[in-house]
Design a protein around this ligand. Structure first.
Ligand SMILES: [Zn+2]
Length: 327
C-alpha cells in the first residue's frame, strides 16, 4: 500500500489516468453530425433564453458577452471542422468545441450545471443543453463572435470531403507530402476527421497509415476517396440509428463495430490477423498489417520518420495550429 504513494509510482498512476481520458478520443465528423441533428430538431427557431456559465474559462471571447445572447433565436446549426456552430439572430455565432472530453446533454429546462464537470448550460423553452468536460484538463471551449468574418477566422478550413468531388480531393491531398495518417487528421487539410475515423478509412482503403501522399498512385487516391466517403457515411447512418431520435449520450471514439481503431491485438474483421499499433505522443494509430502494409509491421524507424514528419505532439497543438494554407 505504501508503494502506491511512492513518488515514482504516483506520476505513473496519474499518467495512466490521463491517458485513459485522452483515449476517449475527440468527437469527429460523424459524431458532430449526429449531435447537430439532435440539437437542430430541438432548438432551431427557439430563443436561447439564457447562457449560464459554470466555469468562466470556457468562454474564450470577450465581445459579445454571454449575456448578449439572451432572447436571441437560433437560426441554424452547422459543423465547422470538429466544432458545433449555433447561428443566432443578427449574425451572432456561438462556437462550441468539445475537444476530447467535452460532451453535450439534453436535460429538463433549467437543469443545474453539474459541479465538477459542468462548463455551461444553454436554456431553451423546451429544455437545457448541458455542456460538460470530464477530467482535469480544461480544453473544451465556447467562442461567441459577431459576423461571418469573425466566424471564418476560427475555421481551420479543411476540405469538406463528403461534398467534394474527386479532383478537388486529389488537389487538396497532394498539396503537401505528409503521411496519410497525418494528412487525413490535419484539420487544415480535411475537415472533421480525427484519429478514430482516419484509422477506419485507411483500413477500408487498404492503405498504410505511414504511406506518404506523393507515393500514392491515382488508383490508390481514388480508393482513399471512396473509402473516406463510405466510412464517414456508414458511421453517420449507424450513429443516427443508435440515437434513434434521442439526444446522443454515448459519444465515444470507440465502437465494437470498428475494424481497427481501439482494437490493438484483436482480430481484423476482414482477415483475422491481430490489429497492430503505432504509438505517438498520447495517441496511437491502429492498422492491420495483412490488409494494409503487405504483412509488414511498421518499425520504430518508421515511427521516427512519422515523428520527423513535423507531427504536432498533441491533438491540441494540431487544432491550435493557426497557419493557413494558401490554395
Ligand atoms: Zn486485415
Amino acid at each position: 500500500m505504501r508503494k502506491l504513494w511512492d513518488k515514482r509510482v504516483i506520476p505513473k498512476v496519474l499518467g495512466g489516468f490521463c491517458q485513459e481520458l485522452e483515449s476517449r478520443g475527440m468527437p469527429e465528423l460523424p459524431d458532430i453530425t449526429v449531435y447537430i441533428e439532435a440539437l437542430s430538431s430541438r432548438v432551431v427557431g427557439e430563443p436561447l433564453e439564457r447562457l449560464r456559465i459554470g466555469n468562466p474559462f470556457v468562454v474564450r471571447t470577450i465581445e459579445p458577452a454571454p449575456s448578449a445572447l439572451a432572447g436571441r433565436r437560433v437560426i441554424g446549426l452547422r459543423r465547422m471542422g470538429k466544432r458545433i456552430v449555433f447561428g443566432m439572430t443578427d449574425d451572432i455565432f456561438v462556437v462550441v468545441h468539445l475537444m476530447i472530453a467535452g460532451r453535450l446533454r439534453w436535460k429538463d429546462r433549467g437543469a443545474a450545471i453539474p459541479g465538477k464537470v459542468g462548463l455551461a448550460a444553454f436554456d431553451f423553452p423546451e429544455g437545457t443543453v448541458i455542456f460538460t468536460e470530464q477530467g482535469s484538463k480544461r480544453q473544451a471551449s465556447i467562442h461567441i463572435v459577431s459576423g461571418e468574418g469573425a466566424l471564418a477566422a476560427l475555421d481551420p478550413q479543411g476540405l469538406e470531403v463528403l461534398t467534394a468531388d474527386l479532383p478537388t480531393f486529389v488537389e487538396r491531398l497532394r498539396l503537401e507530402n505528409h503521411t496519410l495518417k497525418r494528412a487525413l487528421t490535419d484539420p487544415h487539410i480535411f475537415s472533421g476527421i480525427g484519429n478514430a475515423y482516419s484509422d477506419e478509412i485507411l483500413h477500408a482503403a487498404r492503405l498504410s497509415p505511414m504511406k506518404t501522399v506523393h507515393a500514392l498512385s491515382d488508383e490508390e487516391i481514388a480508393r482513399l476517396y471512396d473509402a473516406t466517403h463510405a466510412t464517414l457515411e456508414t458511421w453517420i447512418a449507424r450513429l443516427r440509428d443508435e440515437a434513434a431520435g434521442n439526444f446522443p449520450d454515448k459519444v465515444t471514439a470507440f465502437h465494437d463495430e470498428m475494424a481497427v481503431h481501439g482494437r490493438y491485438g484483436k482480430p481484423c474483421p476482414d482477415c483475422g490477423a491481430p490489429v497492430q499499433r503505432i504509438v505517438y505522443a498520447h495517441n496511437e494509430a491502429n492498422y492491420c498489417s495483412r490488409c494494409q502494409t503487405g504483412g509488414k509491421l511498421l518499425s520504430d524507424r518508421a515511427l521516427s520518420r512519422l515523428l520527423k514528419d513535423d507531427w504536432p505532439r498533441t491533438l491540441e497543438e494540431l487544432e491550435a495550429h493557426k497557419s493557413r494554407r494558401k490554395l
